[in-house]
Design a protein. Structure first.
Length: 384
C-alpha cells in the first residue's frame, strides 16, 4: 500500500486558488456593470460639454447680430443657426425659437451680470436655453449600458447669456492740411486751410461720416460715451478778417460725453474755422489713449479708439509704438485710412497690434459706410 503525503502548505494554496476563482466569478458581473456605468458617465460628460459649447455659441451669435441688426427676430434666427453648426450627441443642436430670450443685463457694484427678460425698453442681452430634454427640439440623449439598470436616457440642459457691452469711444481725427483737398483727390499736398471749409473736401466728408456714426450710436441699445481728439502739428495761420488758426500738435477737443451734440459742435467749429499742419498720427493716438483711460471713463465700459488719417505719418512718435501703450491699457484701436494715398500698411499694423480692425475708404461714401460699420460692431461678452 502506497501512501502519498500531502504537505499542508500545498493544500492551503489549492484552497486559496479555489476561493479566488469563486470571488472572481462573483465580482465579474459587478465589474462589468461598473465599467458600463463608467462609459455612460464619460458619455454624459462629453454631451454636457458639447451642449455647453453649442449654447455659448448660440448666445454669442444672437447678441452680435442683435447689436448689428437691432432686430430681435434676426438675432433669434442667428442664434438658432449658430447652434445648429454644433454637434451634440452626434446630431446637430436644435434650439427652438422659444428657447431664445431677450432682455436687459446689468452689473451692480462689480457683481455678476443679472439678466432680466423684457421685450421693451433697453435690450442688450440674449439668453439661450440649450436643452436635450423630453419635449425639447432635440429630445433626450440615449445611454449605452445604464439601461440594464432601467435608465435609458438622460436630459442635459445648459443656459448661456451674452451681453452687448457699453463702450467708451474716442474718435482721433486728422486735421492736417491734406484734409482740405477735394474728397476725390489722390494727392497728399496741402489743401484748403482757412474756413469755412468746402463740404466737398476730405474734412467735409469726415464731418458727414462722423454725423452718420453718431446717428448710428443713437439707435443702438447700449450707451456709448464719445470723446474727440485731433492731430496735425503746431500750426498757426492768419486767415484774415479776424480769423486765426492756432493748433497744438495734438489735443482732446471734447472729453467723454453722452451728449453727441457736443461732438457735432466740435466738427462744426473745424468746418467754420479751418484746418492745417503736418500728420502726427502717433501723438494724436496718445491723446486718445489718455482720454479713454482718464477718470471720465467708465470702469465696465469697453475702451475703443477710432483712428483715421488721409495721409502719411510724418511727425512725432510712430503710431505703431503708441499702439503698444494701447494694448497695455486694454484699449482696442480701429483704424481708417482715407484716400488712395493714405498710409494703409502702417494703419493696418496699428489695428493688428491692438486687436482692432483696419478699414480703407477711397470716397466720401466709403468713409461714411466705414464709420457706420464700426458703430454697429459692438463688443459682446458671455456673462452667464
Amino acid at each position: 500500500m502506497n501512501l502519498r503525503l500531502v504537505h499542508p502548505l500545498s493544500r492551503s494554496r489549492s484552497n486559496r486558488r479555489g476561493a479566488i476563482l469563486v470571488l472572481v466569478a462573483f465580482l465579474l458581473p459587478v465589474i462589468v456593470v461598473l465599467s458600463a456605468i463608467a462609459i455612460d458617465i464619460a458619455w454624459m460628460q462629453l454631451v454636457n460639454t458639447e451642449l455647453r459649447t453649442a449654447t455659448d455659441a448660440a448666445a454669442r451669435a444672437g447678441a452680435k447680430v442683435l447689436s448689428t441688426s437691432q432686430d430681435m427676430d434676426t438675432a433669434r434666427a442667428a442664434a438658432i443657426e449658430a447652434a445648429s453648426r454644433n454637434q451634440v450627441a452626434g446630431t446637430a443642436m436644435q434650439v427652438a425659437p422659444g428657447d431664445v430670450e431677450f432682455g436687459l443685463s446689468e452689473q451692480f457694484n462689480g457683481s455678476r451680470f443679472q439678466f432680466t427678460p423684457t421685450k421693451k425698453g433697453v435690450i442688450n442681452a440674449v439668453r439661450v436655453d440649450g436643452l436635450r430634454t423630453q419635449g425639447s427640439a432635440g429630445g433626450p440623449v440615449n445611454l449605452f449600458f445604464a439601461r440594464v439598470l432601467g435608465v435609458n436616457q438622460f436630459e442635459p440642459r445648459q443656459q448661456a447669456t451674452s451681453t452687448v457691452l457699453d463702450r467708451d469711444i474716442c474718435l482721433v481725427i486728422d486735421r492736417s492740411g491734406s484734409m482740405g483737398l477735394p474728397a476725390g483727390s489722390t494727392r497728399n499736398a496741402n489743401g484748403q486751410n482757412c474756413g469755412p471749409l468746402d463740404p466737398g473736401t476730405r474734412f467735409g466728408a469726415l464731418n458727414d461720416a462722423i454725423n452718420v456714426f453718431l446717428d448710428e450710436l443713437e439707435l443702438t441699445f447700449p450707451e456709448e460715451h464719445v470723446a474727440l481728439a485731433s492731430y496735425s502739428s503746431n500750426f498757426k495761420l492768419n486767415c484774415g478778417g479776424g480769423l486765426k488758426l492756432d493748433y497744438k500738435v495734438a489735443d482732446v477737443r471734447q472729453e467723454l460725453t453722452d451728449d453727441y451734440s457736443a461732438i457735432r459742435a466740435v466738427m462744426d467749429d473745424f468746418m467754420t474755422n479751418g484746418i492745417g499742419g503736418s500728420t502726427a498720427i502717433g501723438l494724436g493716438l496718445n491723446e486718445g489713449i489718455n482720454e479713454i483711460c482718464s477718470k471720465r471713463s467708465r470702469p465696465y465700459a469697453v475702451k475703443t479708439i477710432v483712428l483715421m488719417t488721409d495721409g502719411l505719418h510724418n511727425l512725432g512718435v510712430d503710431p505703431t509704438n503708441t499702439a503698444k501703450q494701447a494694448v497695455a491699457r486694454d484699449v482696442v484701436v480701429h483704424t481708417i485710412s482715407f484716400s488712395p494715398g493714405a498710409d494703409q500698411s502702417r494703419m493696418k499694423k496699428v489695428a493688428e497690434i491692438t486687436g482692432g480692425k483696419h478699414f480703407h475708404a477711397d470716397s466720401a461714401g466709403d468713409l461714411s459706410a466705414v464709420f457706420q460699420e464700426i458703430a454697429r460692431t459692438l463688443p459682446v461678452l458671455l456673462t452667464d
